[in-house]
Design a binder for this molecule. Structure first.
Ligand code: NAP
Length: 309
Protein backbone atom coordinates (compact mmCIF):
# COMPACT_ATOMS: atom_id res chain seq x y z
CA UNK A 1 0.00 0.00 0.00
CA UNK A 2 1.16 3.53 -0.80
CA UNK A 3 1.52 6.30 1.77
CA UNK A 4 0.66 8.99 -0.75
CA UNK A 5 -0.60 8.89 -4.31
CA UNK A 6 -0.48 12.15 -6.26
CA UNK A 7 -2.63 12.51 -9.35
CA UNK A 8 -1.08 14.95 -11.79
CA UNK A 9 2.38 16.18 -12.71
CA UNK A 10 1.75 19.87 -13.24
CA UNK A 11 3.14 22.48 -10.85
CA UNK A 12 0.83 21.43 -8.02
CA UNK A 13 1.41 17.68 -8.35
CA UNK A 14 5.18 17.90 -8.73
CA UNK A 15 5.56 20.34 -5.85
CA UNK A 16 3.51 17.99 -3.69
CA UNK A 17 5.82 15.20 -4.91
CA UNK A 18 8.97 17.14 -3.92
CA UNK A 19 7.61 17.81 -0.43
CA UNK A 20 6.24 14.34 0.29
CA UNK A 21 9.38 12.73 -1.13
CA UNK A 22 11.59 14.88 1.09
CA UNK A 23 9.40 13.75 4.01
CA UNK A 24 10.41 10.16 3.14
CA UNK A 25 6.87 9.21 2.15
CA UNK A 26 7.98 7.69 -1.14
CA UNK A 27 5.01 9.11 -3.13
CA UNK A 28 3.59 7.48 -6.23
CA UNK A 29 2.95 10.21 -8.80
CA UNK A 30 0.61 9.47 -11.71
CA UNK A 31 1.17 11.56 -14.81
CA UNK A 32 -2.22 11.34 -16.51
CA UNK A 33 -2.40 11.92 -20.24
CA UNK A 34 -0.42 15.14 -20.18
CA UNK A 35 2.83 14.67 -18.24
CA UNK A 36 4.03 18.03 -16.96
CA UNK A 37 0.57 19.58 -17.26
CA UNK A 38 -0.53 22.63 -19.19
CA UNK A 39 2.66 24.56 -18.53
CA UNK A 40 4.51 22.27 -20.91
CA UNK A 41 2.48 23.86 -23.69
CA UNK A 42 3.58 27.39 -22.74
CA UNK A 43 6.61 29.03 -24.29
CA UNK A 44 8.40 31.36 -21.89
CA UNK A 45 7.12 31.69 -18.32
CA UNK A 46 8.13 35.17 -17.23
CA UNK A 47 6.54 35.35 -13.81
CA UNK A 48 7.80 32.28 -11.97
CA UNK A 49 9.99 33.68 -9.18
CA UNK A 50 13.70 33.00 -9.50
CA UNK A 51 13.90 33.24 -13.30
CA UNK A 52 14.48 36.90 -14.23
CA UNK A 53 15.16 35.96 -17.88
CA UNK A 54 12.07 33.74 -18.00
CA UNK A 55 12.06 29.97 -18.25
CA UNK A 56 10.71 27.61 -20.89
CA UNK A 57 7.54 25.92 -19.54
CA UNK A 58 8.65 22.45 -20.60
CA UNK A 59 12.06 22.93 -19.02
CA UNK A 60 10.54 24.16 -15.76
CA UNK A 61 8.35 21.07 -15.48
CA UNK A 62 11.18 18.71 -16.43
CA UNK A 63 13.33 20.24 -13.71
CA UNK A 64 10.54 19.92 -11.14
CA UNK A 65 10.16 16.24 -12.02
CA UNK A 66 13.93 15.63 -11.67
CA UNK A 67 13.84 17.36 -8.29
CA UNK A 68 10.98 15.13 -7.10
CA UNK A 69 12.69 11.97 -8.38
CA UNK A 70 15.95 12.96 -6.72
CA UNK A 71 14.19 12.66 -3.34
CA UNK A 72 12.49 9.35 -4.14
CA UNK A 73 9.19 10.16 -5.87
CA UNK A 74 8.05 7.35 -8.18
CA UNK A 75 6.72 8.87 -11.39
CA UNK A 76 4.44 6.51 -13.28
CA UNK A 77 2.92 7.18 -16.69
CA UNK A 78 -0.67 6.22 -16.12
CA UNK A 79 -4.28 7.34 -16.18
CA UNK A 80 -6.64 6.89 -13.26
CA UNK A 81 -9.75 5.08 -14.53
CA UNK A 82 -11.76 5.05 -11.33
CA UNK A 83 -11.52 5.93 -7.66
CA UNK A 84 -13.23 4.68 -4.53
CA UNK A 85 -12.74 7.38 -1.94
CA UNK A 86 -15.08 5.69 0.55
CA UNK A 87 -12.81 2.66 0.75
CA UNK A 88 -10.26 2.38 3.53
CA UNK A 89 -7.55 2.48 2.27
CA UNK A 90 -8.48 4.67 -0.70
CA UNK A 91 -8.59 2.57 -3.85
CA UNK A 92 -7.71 3.61 -7.42
CA UNK A 93 -7.73 1.74 -10.68
CA UNK A 94 -4.80 2.90 -12.81
CA UNK A 95 -4.69 1.49 -16.33
CA UNK A 96 -6.38 -1.67 -15.06
CA UNK A 97 -4.20 -2.07 -11.94
CA UNK A 98 -5.45 -1.64 -8.38
CA UNK A 99 -3.57 0.90 -6.27
CA UNK A 100 -4.33 1.32 -2.54
CA UNK A 101 -3.19 4.38 -0.65
CA UNK A 102 -3.57 5.98 2.75
CA UNK A 103 -3.69 9.51 1.37
CA UNK A 104 -4.46 11.01 -2.01
CA UNK A 105 -3.48 14.41 -3.41
CA UNK A 106 -5.53 15.30 -6.45
CA UNK A 107 -3.74 17.80 -8.69
CA UNK A 108 -5.49 16.85 -11.91
CA UNK A 109 -5.33 20.33 -13.42
CA UNK A 110 -7.53 21.66 -16.17
CA UNK A 111 -8.04 21.16 -19.89
CA UNK A 112 -8.73 23.60 -22.69
CA UNK A 113 -12.23 25.01 -23.05
CA UNK A 114 -13.82 24.60 -26.48
CA UNK A 115 -15.95 27.10 -28.39
CA UNK A 116 -18.63 24.58 -29.26
CA UNK A 117 -19.30 25.97 -32.75
CA UNK A 118 -19.93 23.99 -35.95
CA UNK A 119 -16.73 22.78 -37.58
CA UNK A 120 -14.56 23.16 -34.47
CA UNK A 121 -14.55 19.50 -33.57
CA UNK A 122 -14.45 18.25 -37.16
CA UNK A 123 -11.45 20.41 -38.05
CA UNK A 124 -9.45 19.81 -34.86
CA UNK A 125 -5.85 19.08 -35.88
CA UNK A 126 -6.81 20.16 -39.40
CA UNK A 127 -6.44 23.84 -38.61
CA UNK A 128 -8.18 24.09 -35.23
CA UNK A 129 -5.86 23.81 -32.24
CA UNK A 130 -5.72 24.70 -28.54
CA UNK A 131 -1.97 25.14 -28.28
CA UNK A 132 0.09 27.57 -30.35
CA UNK A 133 3.33 26.43 -28.76
CA UNK A 134 2.64 22.85 -29.80
CA UNK A 135 1.31 23.47 -33.30
CA UNK A 136 2.15 27.03 -34.38
CA UNK A 137 5.32 26.13 -36.26
CA UNK A 138 3.61 23.54 -38.47
CA UNK A 139 4.14 24.20 -42.21
CA UNK A 140 0.39 24.57 -42.78
CA UNK A 141 0.38 27.77 -40.71
CA UNK A 142 3.50 29.39 -42.19
CA UNK A 143 2.91 32.76 -43.87
CA UNK A 144 -0.84 32.28 -43.59
CA UNK A 145 -3.45 34.44 -41.87
CA UNK A 146 -4.22 32.94 -38.43
CA UNK A 147 -6.99 33.54 -35.90
CA UNK A 148 -6.71 33.49 -32.12
CA UNK A 149 -9.89 33.63 -30.01
CA UNK A 150 -9.88 35.01 -26.47
CA UNK A 151 -8.89 38.09 -24.54
CA UNK A 152 -6.87 36.70 -21.63
CA UNK A 153 -3.17 36.14 -21.04
CA UNK A 154 -3.26 32.85 -22.93
CA UNK A 155 -4.77 34.42 -26.05
CA UNK A 156 -2.26 37.27 -25.96
CA UNK A 157 0.64 34.92 -25.45
CA UNK A 158 -0.53 32.71 -28.31
CA UNK A 159 -1.10 35.67 -30.63
CA UNK A 160 2.38 37.08 -29.96
CA UNK A 161 3.98 33.68 -30.44
CA UNK A 162 2.13 33.09 -33.71
CA UNK A 163 3.42 36.32 -35.27
CA UNK A 164 6.66 34.40 -35.83
CA UNK A 165 4.90 32.12 -38.29
CA UNK A 166 1.68 33.64 -39.64
CA UNK A 167 1.41 36.46 -42.19
CA UNK A 168 -1.04 38.21 -39.83
CA UNK A 169 -2.71 37.17 -36.58
CA UNK A 170 -6.31 38.21 -35.97
CA UNK A 171 -7.23 38.33 -32.31
CA UNK A 172 -10.98 37.82 -32.08
CA UNK A 173 -12.45 38.86 -28.74
CA UNK A 174 -16.06 39.03 -27.65
CA UNK A 175 -15.61 42.39 -25.89
CA UNK A 176 -13.71 45.59 -26.72
CA UNK A 177 -11.00 45.33 -24.08
CA UNK A 178 -8.59 42.60 -23.12
CA UNK A 179 -8.81 40.70 -19.84
CA UNK A 180 -5.06 39.95 -19.98
CA UNK A 181 -2.56 41.50 -17.57
CA UNK A 182 -1.54 45.02 -18.59
CA UNK A 183 1.97 44.05 -19.68
CA UNK A 184 0.62 41.31 -21.97
CA UNK A 185 -2.23 43.46 -23.30
CA UNK A 186 0.11 46.37 -24.10
CA UNK A 187 2.62 44.09 -25.80
CA UNK A 188 -0.14 42.49 -27.87
CA UNK A 189 -1.78 45.71 -28.99
CA UNK A 190 1.62 47.18 -29.89
CA UNK A 191 2.51 44.24 -32.15
CA UNK A 192 2.04 45.37 -35.77
CA UNK A 193 1.32 41.79 -36.92
CA UNK A 194 -1.65 41.40 -34.54
CA UNK A 195 -5.00 42.83 -35.61
CA UNK A 196 -7.70 42.79 -32.92
CA UNK A 197 -11.26 42.16 -34.00
CA UNK A 198 -13.38 43.45 -31.13
CA UNK A 199 -16.91 42.59 -30.01
CA UNK A 200 -16.92 39.52 -32.19
CA UNK A 201 -17.46 35.79 -31.96
CA UNK A 202 -16.44 32.91 -34.18
CA UNK A 203 -19.70 31.22 -35.14
CA UNK A 204 -18.41 28.51 -37.46
CA UNK A 205 -15.15 27.00 -38.72
CA UNK A 206 -15.01 26.13 -42.42
CA UNK A 207 -14.54 24.02 -44.51
CA UNK A 208 -15.70 20.72 -43.07
CA UNK A 209 -16.61 19.29 -46.48
CA UNK A 210 -13.03 19.55 -47.77
CA UNK A 211 -11.51 18.45 -44.43
CA UNK A 212 -9.28 21.53 -44.38
CA UNK A 213 -9.63 24.83 -42.61
CA UNK A 214 -10.26 27.72 -44.96
CA UNK A 215 -11.52 30.34 -42.52
CA UNK A 216 -14.00 31.31 -39.83
CA UNK A 217 -17.41 32.89 -39.86
CA UNK A 218 -17.59 35.88 -37.55
CA UNK A 219 -20.45 37.74 -35.98
CA UNK A 220 -20.16 41.23 -34.60
CA UNK A 221 -21.99 40.98 -31.30
CA UNK A 222 -22.90 44.67 -31.24
CA UNK A 223 -24.14 45.15 -34.81
CA UNK A 224 -25.09 41.56 -35.64
CA UNK A 225 -23.10 41.83 -38.87
CA UNK A 226 -21.73 38.53 -40.17
CA UNK A 227 -18.56 38.06 -42.19
CA UNK A 228 -16.06 35.44 -43.37
CA UNK A 229 -12.39 35.67 -42.45
CA UNK A 230 -10.07 33.49 -44.57
CA UNK A 231 -7.48 31.81 -42.34
CA UNK A 232 -5.46 28.61 -42.17
CA UNK A 233 -5.53 28.20 -38.39
CA UNK A 234 -7.83 28.79 -35.44
CA UNK A 235 -6.13 28.88 -32.05
CA UNK A 236 -8.73 28.72 -29.29
CA UNK A 237 -7.52 30.27 -26.02
CA UNK A 238 -10.68 30.96 -24.04
CA UNK A 239 -9.80 29.46 -20.70
CA UNK A 240 -9.99 26.07 -19.09
CA UNK A 241 -12.27 23.42 -17.62
CA UNK A 242 -11.12 21.60 -14.48
CA UNK A 243 -10.34 17.88 -14.76
CA UNK A 244 -12.66 16.76 -11.98
CA UNK A 245 -15.27 14.61 -13.72
CA UNK A 246 -13.81 11.39 -12.33
CA UNK A 247 -14.62 12.52 -8.78
CA UNK A 248 -18.18 13.72 -9.40
CA UNK A 249 -20.46 12.29 -6.74
CA UNK A 250 -17.58 11.55 -4.36
CA UNK A 251 -16.20 15.07 -3.79
CA UNK A 252 -18.01 18.41 -3.75
CA UNK A 253 -17.69 20.44 -6.98
CA UNK A 254 -18.82 24.04 -7.53
CA UNK A 255 -21.06 25.14 -10.41
CA UNK A 256 -18.09 25.44 -12.79
CA UNK A 257 -16.84 21.97 -11.83
CA UNK A 258 -13.92 23.03 -9.61
CA UNK A 259 -13.28 21.15 -6.36
CA UNK A 260 -14.68 22.91 -3.31
CA UNK A 261 -11.61 23.57 -1.24
CA UNK A 262 -11.72 23.05 2.51
CA UNK A 263 -9.32 24.41 5.11
CA UNK A 264 -5.82 23.01 4.66
CA UNK A 265 -6.46 21.82 1.06
CA UNK A 266 -8.86 19.28 2.54
CA UNK A 267 -11.94 17.73 0.98
CA UNK A 268 -14.92 16.13 2.71
CA UNK A 269 -13.05 12.80 2.63
CA UNK A 270 -10.34 12.46 5.31
CA UNK A 271 -6.93 11.88 3.73
CA UNK A 272 -7.93 13.30 0.35
CA UNK A 273 -6.47 16.69 -0.53
CA UNK A 274 -6.73 18.83 -3.67
CA UNK A 275 -4.32 21.34 -5.19
CA UNK A 276 -3.76 23.49 -8.26
CA UNK A 277 -5.97 24.41 -11.19
CA UNK A 278 -8.56 21.69 -10.47
CA UNK A 279 -9.36 23.53 -7.23
CA UNK A 280 -8.70 27.15 -8.19
CA UNK A 281 -10.93 29.14 -10.49
CA UNK A 282 -9.45 32.45 -9.38
CA UNK A 283 -5.64 32.67 -9.53
CA UNK A 284 -4.61 29.72 -11.76
CA UNK A 285 -0.93 30.65 -11.79
CA UNK A 286 2.05 28.29 -11.86
CA UNK A 287 3.26 29.70 -8.56
CA UNK A 288 -0.12 29.49 -6.80
CA UNK A 289 -0.52 25.90 -8.00
CA UNK A 290 2.94 25.10 -6.65
CA UNK A 291 2.00 26.72 -3.33
CA UNK A 292 -1.18 24.68 -3.11
CA UNK A 293 0.78 21.51 -3.88
CA UNK A 294 3.20 22.33 -1.08
CA UNK A 295 0.34 22.92 1.38
CA UNK A 296 -1.44 19.70 0.36
CA UNK A 297 1.78 17.74 0.86
CA UNK A 298 2.30 19.16 4.35
CA UNK A 299 -1.32 18.38 5.25
CA UNK A 300 -1.01 14.81 3.92
CA UNK A 301 2.14 14.36 5.97
CA UNK A 302 0.33 15.60 9.12
CA UNK A 303 -2.63 13.35 8.40
CA UNK A 304 -0.35 10.30 8.07
CA UNK A 305 1.46 11.22 11.27
CA UNK A 306 -1.92 11.35 13.03
CA UNK A 307 -2.91 7.93 11.65
CA UNK A 308 0.31 6.35 12.79
CA UNK A 309 0.49 8.12 16.20
P1 NAP B 1 -8.94 33.65 -18.86
O1 NAP B 1 -8.12 34.69 -18.16
O2 NAP B 1 -10.10 33.05 -18.16
O3 NAP B 1 -9.45 34.34 -20.22
C1 NAP B 1 -10.32 33.67 -21.08
C2 NAP B 1 -10.68 34.61 -22.20
O4 NAP B 1 -11.50 33.91 -23.13
C3 NAP B 1 -11.44 35.83 -21.72
O5 NAP B 1 -11.02 36.98 -22.42
C4 NAP B 1 -12.89 35.46 -22.07
O6 NAP B 1 -13.68 36.58 -22.41
C5 NAP B 1 -12.73 34.60 -23.27
N1 NAP B 1 -13.79 33.60 -23.36
C6 NAP B 1 -14.19 32.71 -22.41
N2 NAP B 1 -15.17 31.90 -22.88
C7 NAP B 1 -15.37 32.28 -24.16
C8 NAP B 1 -16.24 31.82 -25.18
N3 NAP B 1 -17.10 30.81 -24.99
N4 NAP B 1 -16.20 32.45 -26.38
C9 NAP B 1 -15.33 33.47 -26.60
N5 NAP B 1 -14.47 33.94 -25.67
C10 NAP B 1 -14.50 33.35 -24.47
O7 NAP B 1 -8.06 32.42 -19.37
P2 NAP B 1 -6.53 32.35 -19.79
O8 NAP B 1 -6.16 33.45 -20.69
O9 NAP B 1 -6.31 30.96 -20.25
O10 NAP B 1 -5.76 32.56 -18.43
C11 NAP B 1 -6.03 31.70 -17.32
C12 NAP B 1 -5.14 32.09 -16.15
O11 NAP B 1 -3.79 31.76 -16.50
C13 NAP B 1 -5.18 33.58 -15.87
O12 NAP B 1 -5.11 33.75 -14.48
C14 NAP B 1 -3.94 34.09 -16.54
O13 NAP B 1 -3.42 35.25 -15.91
C15 NAP B 1 -2.98 32.91 -16.41
N6 NAP B 1 -1.99 32.92 -17.50
C16 NAP B 1 -0.85 33.60 -17.29
C17 NAP B 1 0.11 33.66 -18.28
C18 NAP B 1 1.37 34.41 -18.02
O14 NAP B 1 1.42 35.13 -17.06
N7 NAP B 1 2.39 34.29 -18.84
C19 NAP B 1 -0.09 33.03 -19.50
C20 NAP B 1 -1.29 32.36 -19.70
C21 NAP B 1 -2.24 32.32 -18.69
P3 NAP B 1 -14.05 37.72 -21.33
O15 NAP B 1 -12.82 38.53 -21.14
O16 NAP B 1 -15.16 38.45 -21.98
O17 NAP B 1 -14.48 36.97 -20.10
Amino acid sequence: MENVVIIGTGCAGLTAAIYTARANLNPLVLTGVMPGGLLTTTSIVENFPGFPEGVDGYELMTRMQSQAEKFGAKIKFGTVESVDLAAKPIRLVVDGDLVDTQTLIIASGAGHKHLGVPGEHELEKKGVTYCATCDGALPVFRNQPLVVVGGGDSACEEANFLTRFGSIVYLVHRRDSLRASKIMADRTLANPKIKPIWDSAVTEVQDVASGKMTGVKLKNLKTGEESFLPSAGLFVAIGHVPNTQLFKGQLALDDAGYFVLGKGMATTVPGVFVAGDCADSVYRQAITAAGMGCAAAIEAERYLAGLNA
